[in-house]
Every structure is written in C-alpha cells, then in structure tokens.
Design a protein around this ligand. Structure first.
Ligand code: NAD
Length: 355
C-alpha cells in the first residue's frame, strides 16, 4: 500500500478519565488537578440527582448547583447561568449531563473564561470539541473557541445506564455521524481515520447489545468509549452536508437533535458516496458491509429508531425552503452542494425510503 502523507492535525490539551463510577470518584480529583476551589455544577432538570451526587462529592469545592440546562442553550439561559456563576464567585464549571448541559457549561466558559470540566451522560461528543452554540430569536449560532473546550472529561459508563433505549440508539448514531463526516472532512488525517474506524466499529457493536439489555455495563462502556473517539473526530475536523442539514432542521424547524442525525445520516452519506472512496473503504471495514448507507439505515430500523423526517414532525411543505437554506451557505463538502441535490436528500429522508 502506498502512503500519501498530506495532512495537518491539531490536538488540544484535555485530560480524559474513563471508568465506571468516575463521575463521583474522579471529578473531585480533576477539579483539584486544575487548581479549582469553587466550581459551579450545571445540569438539566432530569440529571439533577446525579449532578447533586457529584456536587456532594466535591464538598467544599462546590460553589453551587445550577439545574436549568435545556436543549440548544437559549441565550437567556446563558445570561442567567453566567450571573449565577459570577454571583457564586465560581472559579470553574463542572457540567454533568448530555450535550445540552455541556452546552450551558460552554456558554459560561465562553463569557467568563472559567475552565470547564465535563461529565457526559450521552454520546453527543460535545465534551471533546471547542464548539459552542447559542439560540436567540429562533436561530442557533455556533462558533469555535478554545476557551469552551473542557480541560478534563470524566467518562463514567454507569451514568449512561439510565439512558432509555430510544435515546441510547439515536445518541449513538449521532456519534457515528461525527466519525462518518470526519472521514471525508477537508482536514481529516490518518489519526482521525483510526479513531473514526474504531469508533464506528465499537458503537455499532454496542448498540444492538444495549437495545437488548440497556443495563449491560460492559456494552455501556463500549458505547461511551466509541462516543469519545467519535467526539474527538468531531472536535478535530470540519463537518459537511450532514451536520449542516441537521443544524438547519434543528435550529429552524425545531426537530430533535439525535433523532434528526439518525434519520439524515444514511441519505447524506449516500449523496456523498461517489466522491469519497477512501472514507467508504474505512466504513465498509468498520461496518462489515459493502453498502454503508444501507447498513446505517438498516441498523436504525432494526433498533427501532425513527427513519423518516415525517415521523419527526417535519412538514412536506418545509422541504423546499430547508433545501434552499442548506444549499445557500458555503461550506466544505466532498460533493458540490446544489439546491436540487439537497432537495433530493431531504425528500428521501422525509419518506425514509431505502437509501
Ligand atoms: P440532551 O443533552 O438535550 O439530552 C437529551 C435528553 O436526555 C434530555 O432530556 C436529558 O435530560 C436526558 N438525559 C441525558 N442523559 C441522560 C441519562 N444518562 N439518563 C437519562 N436521561 C438522560 O441531548 P444530547 O443529544 O446529549 O445533546 C444535544 C445538544 O448538544 C444539542 O443542542 C446539540 O446541538 C448539542 N451538541 C453540541 C456539540 C458541540 O460540539 N458543541 C456536539 C454534539 C451536540
């Protein structure tokens, strides 16, 4: 095999601790390692019990518990959380929960410069990225800023035991989407390809086991490990058509995050397939198939996940406008993004037919 080296790769400093029970047993040590003495713990209302256990374990190093994280970080939530952090004299933030909790932690970090520790409870991968998002007036803005990249990430498979099977499956496929798009990103590299391949392999092995037995701790660990790899891919590369489409569908039409990724991924991959032979070789190996878009569509169906945008509540009359919106912005994608092309992807995803 010939090796054509032409890439750049940037890694950001982050400590990762991974073990069952780590949310409570490792977070205090991570906070201490960063020299922090008064951290604000943030979470969503559903994650309050776990976050309270983390806050208790932090003891005197905890300056308060803020339980108001919601989907897509509305800007008024960020305003309030920033005020709480400043009012408590916090010197750091610990976010416990899914992408929404970590998103609120990132919003505080962006505005205050406080260091962030993330204790993820889903497979969203936000903990491994310098990307923040804020929603204002119905539109979601995102940006990259090294200040929001968590300094420490505490992965605790026990935290994910409570993830219901439907969210386990869609959150896991959300993670797969990061790996898939990283493989054909303009800034991909051999290290990304390794992480993406093992991430896809581990996640697709874990999800059927978790759909059968969500309490299987070993499979939980495998899925969370995969989420780490896929999140690392997301944080180090530039995403293409798939992520732009999902961003528009979530931001403008209010579609749910992980479910939207699950529905769109097979169709976005099928659209790009003619232009990405290298990525397809890796995906065929990782998925053990000759037809990666079909394998992803089949996996979602087999595990009971939604497979059409119609099921998620998109209206057929929204397809044309969504296509124009996504085709109208310039971004990197291996196959040129045209309004007709995006429309075809959206129509197929709307119907949920075999890609
Ligand atoms: P989420 O954080 O909104 O969680 C979904 C639901 O699951 C919530 O109701 C939550 O309370 C619940 N939940 C979370 N963990 C649980 C657990 N272990 N057990 C039971 N219930 C649990 O959703 P998400 O998919 O993790 O994150 C989506 C958000 O994160 C979106 O706003 C998305 O844009 C953002 N995101 C950002 C990045 C980034 O790099 N900035 C990456 C991925 C996602």
């Amino acid at each position: 095999m010939t090796f054509m080296g032409d890439f750049s790769y940037e890694s950001r400093p982050v400590r990762v601790v991974f073990r069952p029970g780590a949310a409570v047993t490792a977070t205090p040590a991570e906070v201490e390692h960063l020299g922090l003495r008064r951290v604000l713990v943030v979470c969503g209302s559903r994650g309050e019990a776990v976050a309270r256990a983390v806050a208790d374990a932090l003891g005197d190093s905890c300056a308060g518990l803020h339980t108001e994280a919601r989907m897509h970080v509305p800007v008024e939530d960020a305003d309030r959380a920033e005020a709480v952090a400043r009012g408590a004299g916090a010197d750091g933030v610990v976010a416990v929960g899914g992408g929404s909790s970590i998103g609120l932690g990132k919003a505080i970090a962006l505005r205050t410069g406080l260091p962030l520790v993330a204790v993820p409870s889903t497979y969203s991968g936000s903990e491994m990225t310098p990307v923040w998002g804020l929603t204002e007036g119905g539109a979601k803005r995102t940006g990259r800023d090294p200040r929001v990249q968590p300094r420490s990430v505490v992965y605790d498979p026990e935290l994910t035991l409570s993830l219901p099977v439907p969210l386990t499956v869609t959150s896991g496929i959300n993670a797969l989407a990061h790996a898939v798009e990283a493989l054909y990103a303009p800034d991909t590299s051999p290290l990304i390809a390794l992480m993406a391949e093992d991430g896809v392999r581990a996640m697709t092995a874990a999800l059927p086991r978790l759909a059968a037995d969500p309490a299987d701790l070993e499979a939980r660990g495998q899925a969370l490990y995969a989420a780490w790899l896929c999140g690392s891919c997301l944080g180090s590369t530039t995403m293409g058509l798939h992520h732009k489409l999902c961003h528009a569908l979530g931001g403008t039409y209010g579609l749910p995050h992980a479910e939207t990724h699950t529905v769109v991924l097979p169709y976005a991959l099928a659209y790009n397939a003619p232009e990405i032979p290298g990525a397809l070789t890796v995906l065929k190996r990782a998925l053990g198939t000759d037809d990666p878009p079909h394998a992803l569509w089949e996996l979602a169906g087999r595990l009971g996940a939604p497979r059409s945008l119609a099921e998620l509540g998109l209206r057929e009359t929204d397809l044309a406008e969504a296509a124009v919106q996504v085709a109208g912005q310039p971004y990197a994608n291996p196959r040129p993004v045209t309004a007709d092309g995006v429309r075809a992807v959206l129509e197929a995803a709307y119907q949920g037919r075999r890609p």
